[in-house]
Design a protein around this ligand. Structure first.
Ligand SMILES: Nc1ncnc2c1ncn2[C@@H]1O[C@H](COP(=O)(O)OP(=O)(O)OP(=O)(O)O)[C@@H](O)[C@H]1O
Length: 261
């Protein structure tokens, strides 16, 4: 379980203080898929970096499976928006996916198995010896997802991973994330500023207020577990949920709760 309790982050730079996160509290059960949306600049990346142990909070706690996070926790993998910068261009696809496993000291044979399985799972079997720059943006992001999956994480943090790909690729990658989540039973925290994406993907959606940030609202997405781009997005319940999230985000920008919903 991921537990975020009273998380506050104040940046101090050049004598100026920016309160990015004021007081965030939420929990995510093991095996859940939770999307986090909020207005631009509300501190989504700050939150993820605190959860990943890459940034020290000013106060509050983050616990993963009962252990307080104070550095990059084992069992946690991340996928970033900028796949172009997260893959090493001079390494092959196999070496990129394999790298965290080497750091984890996984034996060679097991490493190869995990890489093969992960590339197969993201539909990239056969690209092992290619270099990232020989692949499309969508394929590069699949490599980044394969790298996270091969690591066999219990928790996967995704920071606006599809913001830089075209709409069709994005739809395919969304379906890939749901399929992997269902298959691997991994806990996923997915950050996006795209409301439709949050409702389509998530089993829960947490909405953040604008900075200084608190949890504005949260919903359980009571759409069928089997989702597809055509039918789910045409479901009247999908429209209701996205309208609710939209109104909450608009209210968050104005700095108060929405009156309806
Ligand atoms: N290193 C830093 N030093 C000072 N202020 C920072 C730093 N990083 C972020 N901030 C500030 O903290 C606030 C939250 O930033 P953050 O990048 O976490 O938001 P975000 O929700 O991810 O933004 P976006 O939606 O635009 O990607 C912003 O006001 C930002 O200017």
């Amino acid at each position: 379980m991921l537990e975020v309790q009273g998380l506050r982050k104040v940046y101090s730079t050049g004598g100026r203080e920016v309160e990015a996160l004021r007081d965030l509290t939420f929990t995510i059960d093991n095996g859940d898929l939770v999307c986090l949306v909020g207005p631009s600049g509300c501190g989504k990346t700050t939150l993820l970096r605190c959860i990943a142990g890459l940034l020290t909070q000013t106060s509050g706690t983050v616990k993963l499976d009962g252990h307080e996070v104070s550095g990059p926790p084992p069992g946690l993998a991340m996928v970033f928006q900028e796949y172009g910068r997260s893959l090493f261009p001079w390494m092959t696809v196999r070496d990129n996916v394999s790298l965290p496993l080497k750091q984890k000291r996984v034996p060679r044979q097991r490493r190869d198995e995990l890489v093969d399985q992960a590339l197969e799972a993201v539909g990239l079997a056969g690209t092992e010896s290619a270099h990232p720059w020989q692949l499309s943006g969508g394929m590069q992001q699949r490599v980044a997802i394969a790298r996270a999956v091969a690591y066999e994480p219990s928790t996967l943090l995704m920071d606006e991973p599809f913001a830089a790909v075209d709409a069709q690729t994005r739809a395919d990658l969304e379906d890939l994330v749901r399929a992997l989540w269902q298959r691997l039973k991994v806990t996923v925290l997915f950050i996006t500023h795209d409301i439709d994406e949050a409702v389509y993907l998530g089993r829960r959606v947490i909405m953040l207020s604008s900075s200084p940030t608190v949890v504005q609202d949260e919903i359980t997405v009571d759409l069928p577990a089997e989702r597809d781009q055509l039918h789910t997005r045409a479901d009247p319940r999908f429209t209701e949920l996205r309208t609710h999230v939209y109104e909450q985000i608009q209210a968050a920008k104005r700095g108060r709760p929405a009156s309806i919903g």
